[in-house]
Design a protein around this ligand. Structure first.
Ligand SMILES: [Zn+2]
Length: 424
């Protein structure tokens, strides 16, 4: 996540005078510099203690052996005790600011290439990201922040009217309020003309838009042995969803249905007339359960398929147009293909992938290697063997490869004509 900074001038405090705020900010800046210098000093001492310990005992000590806790934890407690009049959120952020500087310069300082940094009156006042709030009331943009430790009967929160600047700055501010951008720490600084500014750091996710190629096609076969099988037109890579889950679920539902039907029959036969109505209720519940499970499994499958296409950089997914399907032929009989396909289309669109439905006729009989079409190419339901070129493959994979071909319907049509002409 790249971090950026937004610089906004403070126009005036909303709930006090500039005199009061100015004095408070100057005081905080002075103390921030003092905290930073103290942090660097303690870091330097820590380094020396560790070095001495190593010389004495031959091994680098753990923080816990020296401080009874992590060095950073100890540092925070120490500074907080030394600066009780500073808000703890400013303390922790200021320590971070100085510590970061120490980490960068440490090597050069210890090898005497650089002197220990010293913080002066231009040190920023650092404010933790959770302890300030940006607000907009029509034309006014304000920042409310804790500048003093919370105390009863004493003001510790200050609202600052800020100059929002141009439209691009306003856009950023709006996104910070919406939470679209992540609000980072804030610094308050003064420029040479004695004007005060808020520097807000923010970051956002960069959705690395993957390059999708429209000539790269994934073919998805609703398979026979496997629930789903996919292949690509430009590589030998492939993938599948076995669908054991569906099979298992279907059996379970079937068993339950039979049980219920027996129960209904029994209730109907009995002389207690209310039996049937009561026995029907579990059937409704079973239908509901079936719908929910189907929905969940299809979501999962659609996601898996679309993600595989996306990873491969496919701009197009080709699926079978199953409106004229012969139910006997497929694994997913009774299962809702249409629901699965709809979910694939929906999820693909989100990623910018186009879904094309193709007529699946002959895609399971065509040899994806040489193009020859013949019923005899299907040795069994599961196996494909081309009687023309001898190509052998899993039937589901061969079909998926055909489905992945651009203009496959036209290619099949022409091949059939060619083969017919040869025969006659
Ligand atoms: Zn062949």
């Amino acid at each position: 996540m790249p971090a950026k900074t937004l610089r906004l001038q403070i126009i005036k405090p909303m709930d006090t005078t500039w005199d009061v705020l100015g004095e408070l900010l100057r005081d905080l800046r002075y103390n921030s510099a003092k905290i930073c210098n103290r942090v660097i000093q303690l870091c330097y001492e820590n380094e020396n203690i560790r070095k001495m310990h190593k010389e004495l005992y031959g091994e680098t000590p753990k923080d816990k052996d020296i401080y009874g806790m992590s060095f950073q934890g100890w540092l925070y407690q120490k500074i907080r005790d030394e600066f009780p009049e500073i808000a703890s959120t400013i303390i922790s952020q200021t320590i971070q600011y100085a510590y970061k500087r120490w980490r960068t310069d440490k090597k050069d300082i210890l090898s005497l290439k650089q002197s220990i940094p010293s913080f002066k009156l231009d040190t920023p006042i650092s404010i933790y990201n959770q302890s300030y709030r940006i607000e907009n009331d029509g034309d006014n943009w304000t920042i409310t922040t804790n500048l003093l430790p919370a105390q009863k009967e004493k003001q510790y929160k200050y609202t600052l009217l800020i100059h929002s600047g141009d439209n691009s700055k306003i856009t950023i501010l709006k996104r910070l309020i919406d939470g679209e951008y992540k609000q980072g720490a804030m610094q308050i600084v003064q420029d040479r003309k004695k004007k005060w500014y808020c520097l807000i750091t923010y970051s956002f996710e960069t959705k690395a838009e993957k390059e999708l190629d429209d000539t790269k096609i994934m073919g998805v076969d609703m398979g026979i042995v496997n629930a789903v099988y996919w292949a690509f037109n430009d590589s030998l890579q492939r993938g599948k969803i076995e669908g054991g889950e569906i099979e298992q679920f279907r059996k379970q539902i079937q068993r339950r249905r039979e049980e219920l039907q027996r129960a209904i029959k029994w209730a109907g036969d009995s002389r207690h007339g209310h039996g049937v109505k009561r026995a029907l209720k579990p059937i409704e519940a079973l239908r509901e359960k079936e719908r929910n499970a189907r929905n969940m499994i299809n979501h999962k499958y659609a996601k898996t398929i679309v993600e595989a296409a996306y990873r491969h950089g496919c701009g197009v997914i080709q699926i079978e147009d199953l409106s004229g399907i012969n139910e006997e032929e497929t694994f997913l009989k009774n299962w809702s293909y249409f629901d699965l396909q709809e979910k694939i289309i929906y999820k693909a669109e989100e990623k910018g992938i186009q879904v094309i439905k193709i007529n699946p006729e002959y895609t399971s009989q065509r040899c994806s290697e040489c193009g020859y079409i013949n019923k005899e190419n299907r040795k069994t339901q599961a196996e494909f063997k081309c009687i023309s070129c001898g190509y052998e493959a899993l039937a589901d994979y061969n079909a998926a490869r055909n489905i992945a071909i651009q203009n496959i319907e036209k290619i099949i049509e022409e091949e059939l004509k060619k083969q017919e002409a040869r025969v006659s």
